[in-house]
Each structure stands twice: as structure tokens, then as C-alpha cells.
Design a protein around this ligand. Structure first.
Ligand code: GLN
Length: 313
């Protein structure tokens, strides 16, 4: 099936925003100091259809740092550059059952990162980004994610500096990977590119368009540009389904039935293959690090728009 008509989708996106705007559960992330200053009342919901129509409600154009959601799109770019087999050999696709920044998850498997959506696997993935220098790798990440969004994404210098000053744990994970021979370039430079990629500014509207590009076999439905292959989209969405929502990934798939990725600044992108994507933004998070209002709004839209992949009708 396809999405209901334009008016129906618009109505459901408005209803999703209206229903959950009053929810005040969850806590804003504070382990990156500047994120603690986020306005917890912000709430944006956006659906981008694979035909290119976009429905945006509330604070859908407010910018925030993409954080872990970048992992999904950098993974897609690296799969596009190296192919399924080579990437699989370096970074697995199974969930860890542990927090996204777990060091134990690395230790348990001889330094083989279990998946690209936890920090260890994301660092190993960023290490693979093509580029002769780290400046070039960073530019490839920035322009690659910009092609998914259909506009030039920029670094949030305040978020980048705040995280750079406090990311000892990611530096430790990168050094640990180096000790296992899993990172072949300078690990601290890799952490720097990773910290920058997490500090790219996006809106809920950008997330919806980025997700819709994955839904659309790699073609951005707004700009018409091919960003990655259909095979890469399939690989990326499979990884998101099993690992995109941290240790809540199984529960998310059970309730909502869509591959998705969240970030600690409060963004979520959920992808309905062949149909489109939902982008949400709301800073308060549940204990796993997933936006509370974003999860509720996405669940509502999955239900009302008939997006659950496992539903036969
Ligand atoms: N930059 C953050 C970190 O590495 C991203 C984490 C997240 O969004 N879960 O800790």
C-alpha cells in the first residue's frame, strides 16, 4: 500500500503534534554540558513522502545537533564507498544489549564493534570515511549528510566544543579499538571527525527528508539527487531495525514496526521503505536516550498512516 492522500497525512501529522505536546516526561541529556540548556518544550513533527510532499508541524524547523542519528547516514556513505561485504567484516550488525557508549561491549568481542549504531562501531565506521586527510574526511561527511538533507548542513561550533571538552569516554573507546587493531588511522582524529558529525545542525524537517531518501532507494525525493544505491539503503535500514534505538530496539520494533534512529539531542528519524519518513524533535529523553514525545508521535503516525512493516493490513 501507499500513504493516504495529502489531506489525511497532514491531518495525522497535526494530530500527532497536538496529542503529545503536553507530555512532559523524560530528562534532557546533560552529559554533553550544552545539551542541558535545551528548551524542553520544543516539539517538531515532520513527514516527508517518497513522492516529495512534506508535512511539517510545530518546531519542525528549529535546528539541533544530529548526534547519533549521523551514525546511520555515515554508515550508508561508507557502505556506498566500500560495499556490503567489506564493511560487514569490520563492523557487525548485531545488537549489544548494552548502552551506546559501552566499553564492555567492545571488550566482550575482542574489539570487534558489534554494530555501527553504538559509539565503538560508529567510530570504526567514521575511520573508514574516504579522504586523504581528516579535513577531507570531515568534508565528505558534511557534504554527504547534506545531500541526504537536500541542503548544506553546518557545524554547531558550541555543541562541538562542549562535547570535545568532555568526550574522554569516546577517546578511550577509540584507543581501545586501536589496541585491537580495529582502527588503522589516528584514533583521536577519528574521534574529532565523529564529534563534528554529531554536532551537525539539522531540523525535524531535515531528518524527515534524510529518512525519505533511505525510503526512496537512495534518491532524495525533494532534490531528485541520487545519494546512495538502493542496496545501501536496504543494508542501512536492516541495521537500524535491529540496533537504531539502542537497547530499546526490540521493544521499538515490536511497538512501532519501523527502522529508526535516535540522537541524544532529541531527534528521531523513522523510515517506512517505499513510503517516506518521519522526523521528530523534542529534547526530553527516556532512560535509554530516546526522545519521549518523538517516540509517542512516531508510534501514533505509524499506526494511523499504516506504516508498521509487520502489519498485513
Ligand atoms: N555524540 C554523542 C556521543 O558520542 C552521541 C550519542 C547519542 O546521540 N546517543 O556520546
Amino acid at each position: 500500500g501507499s500513504l493516504p492522500g495529502w489531506d489525511r497525512v497532514e491531518e495525522h501529522v497535526r494530530a500527532a503534534h497536538e496529542r503529545y505536546r503536553g507530555n512532559d516526561d523524560g530528562a534532557v541529556a546533560d552529559y554533553i554540558p550544552v545539551l542541558a540548556e535545551a528548551d524542553r518544550s520544543l516539539f517538531g513533527v515532520c513527514v516527508a513522502e517518497s513522492g516529495g510532499a512534506v508535512h511539517a508541524v510545530g518546531d519542525a524547523d528549529v535546528e539541533f545537533s544530529v548526534q547519533s542519528i549521523s551514525k546511520a547516514f555515515v554508515y550508508a556513505l561508507v557502505c556506498e564507498a566500500y560495499g556490503h561485504e567489506d564493511v560487514l567484516e569490520r563492523v557487525g550488525v548485531d545488537s549489544t544489549g548494552l548502552a551506546f557508549n559501552s566499553v564492555m561491549a567492545v571488550e566482550l568481542h575482542d574489539g570487534h564493534p558489534r554494530n555501527p549504531m553504538v559509539n565503538a562501531g560508529a567510530l570504526a565506521t567514521t575511520a573508514l570515511v574516504p579522504g586523504a586527510s581528516f579535513a577531507e574526511k570531515w568534508e565528505n561527511v558534511r557534504t554527504g549528510l547534506s545531500r541526504f538533507a537536500g541542503r548544506s548542513l553546518e557545524l554547531d561550533g558550541v555543541v562541538y566544543r562542549s562535547e570535545s571538552a568532555t568526550n574522554m569516554r569516546n577517546k578511550a573507546i577509540a584507543r581501545l579499538l586501536e589496541s585491537y587493531g580495529r582502527i588503522e588511522v589516528d584514533p583521536l582524529e577519528v574521534v574529532d571527525v565523529y564529534t563534528k558529525q554529531c554536532a551537525l545542525r539539522v531540523s525535524a524537517r531535515d531528518l524527515a527528508v534524510m529518512g525519505a531518501t533511505l525510503a526512496d532507494g537512495g534518491v532524495n525525493p525533494v532534490t531528485g539527487e541520487r545519494v546512495v544505491s538502493a542496496q545501501v539503503c536496504r543494508d542501512t535500514l536492516a541495521v537500524l531495525a535491529s540496533t537504531g534505538m539502542y537497547e530499546r530496539s526490540g521493544e521499538w520494533l515490536f511497538e512501532i514496526g519501523l527502522p529508526a534512529k535516535s540522537g541524544v539531542a532529541g531527534g528521531i528519524v523513522a523510515v517506512a521503505p517505499g513510503k517516506g519518513a518521519i522526523g521528530t524533535y523534542s529534547p526530553p529523553l527516556d532512560p535509554a536516550g530516546n526522545s519521549v514525545r518523538g517516540q509517542r508521535a512516531t508510534a501514533y503516525l505509524s499506526r494511523t498512516l499504516g506504516l508498521n512493516l509487520f502489519a498485513s493490513s
